[in-house]
Design a binder for this molecule. Structure first.
Ligand SMILES: NC(=O)C1=CN([C@@H]2O[C@H](COP(=O)(O)OP(=O)(O)OC[C@H]3O[C@@H](n4cnc5c(N)ncnc54)[C@H](OP(=O)(O)O)[C@@H]3O)[C@@H](O)[C@H]2O)C=CC1
Ligand SMILES: O=C(O)[C@@H]1CCC=N1
Length: 290
């Protein structure tokens, strides 16, 4: 590989989890796999990780990728003795996933589901557990993710610290002051990787329209995205990095003026508003069903 993905990582203190912390994942999909991979890399014992995943094919894949991790099909079976439970099913699957779930008192429940509110989790899980709502993103797979976290003021520091250690294994963490801000985080960084991938697709297509061979346009677009991301991971602000590319009266200026006049910033503001609204809708959907 010509570049080191570690360069994408934001710096944070390595805080390996004590081996005694048993962590159960409800749902073994993409995001759960990213977080489990991060925990194992951080030194967590696979024997102390359990996953409930109903899909046999997915379960076999998890077993292959993460040897030693305990797998089950039922959430109720894997949470026994868990110090932390990560809710990693789709929002629409949450109600069913939480049905009849009995957690130990003091268990830290970390939900990564878009839109699902702490109030609806509390209704399903009752008192006695510490609830943390969070929103990671897919670069978690490379340890280059970023997560927003929110916990009610009553959640003790030790519970917050455990939730943060789980998510830090996948990248940086930002604590939020209000729960509703999680919907904004979902719109920005949760969904965010897709915006950059779409942009890369659009550049690739535009390159082909300018007469480049598809594979050449794809290579140019992708490496431009990767190289720019590596630069953005440094100290220099992105606005300054943009200015460095933009020669006065040059080609970049011509393109950027076009994008600004076409309302690119407003387009993104509107798009994020749509994502934020959808996050709230997903939460409301679950609340109505409860
Ligand atoms: N993808 C992303 O970029 C991000 C996603 N999220 C959130 O993370 C959550 C998971 O997303 P993602 O990993 O992409 O989704 P996936 O669909 O990949 O993973 C969810 C998994 O949970 C399984 N599942 C369904 N019902 C149950 C149940 N009752 N008990 C145990 N497991 C169950 C699903 O199986 P089956 O396929 O059979 O339904 C599936 O394998 C979502 O709530 C999403 O909002 C958060 C940040 C970023
Ligand atoms: O699209 C979604 O709903 C999830 C949440 C953030 C990213 N993916």
């Amino acid at each position: 590989m010509p570049y080191d993905t570690a360069q994408f990582k934001t710096t944070f203190e390595e805080t390996p989890l004590p081996m005694s912390e048993r962590i159960a994942f409800i749902g073994g999909g993409n995001m759960a796999a990213s977080l489990i991979g991060g925990l194992l890399k951080a030194g967590h014992s696979p024997a102390q990780i359990a996953v409930a995943e109903p899909l046999a094919e997915r379960s076999a894949w998890l077993q292959h990728e993460f040897p030693g991790v305990q797998l089950g099909t039922q959430a109720t079976a894997v949470v026994t003795g868990a110090r932390a439970v990560v809710l990693a099913v789709k929002p629409q699957q949450m109600r069913e996933a939480l049905a009849n779930l009995a957690l130990d008192a003091g268990c830290v429940v970390v939900s990564i589901a878009a839109g699902v509110t702490l109030a609806s989790l509390r209704r399903s899980l009752g008192g006695g557990v510490h609830l943390v709502r969070s929103m990671p993103n897919t670069p978690a797979l490379l340890g280059a993710g970023i997560s927003g976290l929110y916990a009610e003021p009553s959640v003790p520091a030790a519970a917050r610290a455990l939730a943060e250690r789980i998510l830090r294994a996948a990248g940086d963490c930002v604590w939020l002051e209000q729960e509703t801000q999680i919907d904004a985080v979902t719109a920005l960084s949760g969904s965010g990787p897709a915006y950059f991938f779409l942009l890369t697709e659009a550049l690739r297509e535009a390159g082909v329209q300018l007469g480049l061979a598809p594979e050449v346009a794809a290579r140019l677009a992708r490496q431009t995205f990767v190289g720019s991301a590596l630069m953005a991971a440094g100290e220099t602000d992105v606005q300054q990095l943009r200015a460095q590319v933009t020669s006065k009266g040059g080609t970049t200026q011509a393109a950027l003026e076009h994008l600004e006049q076409a309302g690119l910033r407003k387009l993104f503001a509107d798009a994020l508003r749509a994502a934020e609204a959808r996050s709230r809708e997903l939460g409301a959907l679950l609340s109505k069903e409860s």
